[in-house]
Design a protein around this ligand. Structure first.
Ligand SMILES: Nc1nc2c(c(=O)[nH]1)N[C@H]1C(S)=C(S)[C@@H](COP(=O)(O)O)O[C@H]1N2
Ligand SMILES: [Mo]
Length: 221
């Protein structure tokens, strides 16, 4: 397992969410109609913004914040905060779908497109996957293709202000087309890999990919 030893892998919430995966809770089996419906199957709309994490909310001062980008790349990056701001900035408005069934519409994110990052690192041809590592010890895995989605943002602003600590600031991923557990908060390292390496929830019964329109909540094994 790739988790940081300090990660509270045995908290009550973690155990509850593992039990949900085992019992396939919330699965509707409904056919999704992403063209005509905005809410994926089994989801309900919320107006507030729930906080979900492992219970550790690391405070990282911008002066000491760093992001490492490494693995199957020709060009490793070691960014400080000024390097984030020096990149081309992009904005996108998107919906959040959390696997615990809440969805939140119209979130305005601002930051660096993952495609901008990909242009800088020069991937090795054998690269096929990404592992995101966070300051709280959390990890999650993505295919390179999902990471490179046109609306995926390394986000540092939400609705015109810095993303609050509890929601993953200074920098988090926002990948709207997958359940929100794939959108790692408090990003610390982006590791490009040749093999797929399941992350924190993916080794605890959650789906490897997590497409809300396909109700890919659990791994089913
Ligand atoms: N670093 C980190 N990122 C994380 C998590 C976490 O525990 N640690 N939880 C994930 C889960 S399960 C969800 S639903 C979203 C919640 O983001 P929010 O608290 O901003 O709503 O963050 C995801 N990213
Ligand atoms: Mo979640």
């Amino acid at each position: 397992m790739t988790d940081d030893p300090d990660t509270p892998a045995d908290s009550k919430l973690t155990r509850t969410k593992q039990a949900w995966a085992r019992s396939a809770k919330f699965l509707t089996g409904r056919i999704a109609r992403p063209d005509s419906e905005r809410l994926p199957p089994g989801q309900h709309l919320v107006k507030d913004w729930p906080v979900l994490d492992l219970g550790l909310q690391p405070e990282i001062a911008l002066e000491s914040w760093t992001l490492d980008v490494d693995g199957a790349v020709e060009n490793r990056l070691h960014w400080r905060w000024a390097d984030v701001l020096a990149q081309e900035q992009t904005q996108d408005v998107s919906d959040i779908h959390c696997v615990t069934t809440w969805s939140r519409y119209d979130n305005r994110w601002e930051g660096v497109s993952t495609r901008t990052l990909l242009d800088l690192v020069h991937l090795k041809p054998e690269c096929g996957f990404v592992v995101l590592h966070s300051y709280d010890g959390y990890t999650t895995n993505l295919t390179l293709e999902d990471f490179a989605s046109g609306d995926a943002i390394l986000a540092h602003r939400w609705e015109g202000s810095p993303i609050p600590t509890e929601h993953g600031g200074p920098l988090r991923l926002v990948l709207p087309k997958l359940y929100f557990w794939k959108s790692a908060k408090w990003l610390k390292r982006i590791e490009f890999t040749t093999a797929n390496r399941p992350g924190f929830w993916e080794v605890r019964g959650y789906h490897d990919r997590g497409d809300p329109w396909m109700e890919e909540r659990y791994s089913g094994d």
